[in-house]
Design a protein. Structure first.
Length: 128
């Protein structure tokens, strides 16, 4: 997806831009999807690409929406994040490069993974 940062700034709110394009983080327990459990899918707020299915969402107690799997093997990119004096795995939308959050290896079965995602980087969609 080819957009300039000026294009992104026009399309996203200031907070969405800060998270998706500047790799920000929303405060824990503040996002609309932290305690949200309806059947449906979660898509990237930047480009609309399906990233997670509602069936993979679980309550991790961390304050951000958490998923144990992605919607497909080509939905998310992973890269090393050494910011803030930590070593973490950053997750971004494979389609537009938007920052989603981080991946941890303390999730439930069957994957043992916890995709910890900012609510402002995703949008819920009901299934038809």
């Amino acid at each position: 997806m080819k957009k300039t940062e000026k294009d992104w700034a026009k399309e996203l709110s200031q907070e969405e831009y800060r998270i998706l394009r500047e790799k920000g983080t929303e405060p824990p327990f503040s996002g609309e999807y932290d305690n949200f459990y309806q059947e449906g899918d979660y898509v990237c707020k930047g480009c609309g690409e399906q990233l997670f299915e509602g069936e993979a969402k679980f309550d991790s107690g961390c304050g951000w929406p958490s998923f144990f799997a992605t919607a497909s093997s080509n939905a998310i990119d992973e890269s090393l994040d050494k910011s803030h004096g930590m070593f973490r795995t950053e997750i971004t939308c494979k389609s537009c490069g938007g920052h989603m959050g981080h991946l941890f290896n303390d999730g439930p079965s069957p994957t043992g993974k916890r995709y910890c995602v900012n609510s402002l980087s995703i949008k819920f969609q009901e299934r038809n």
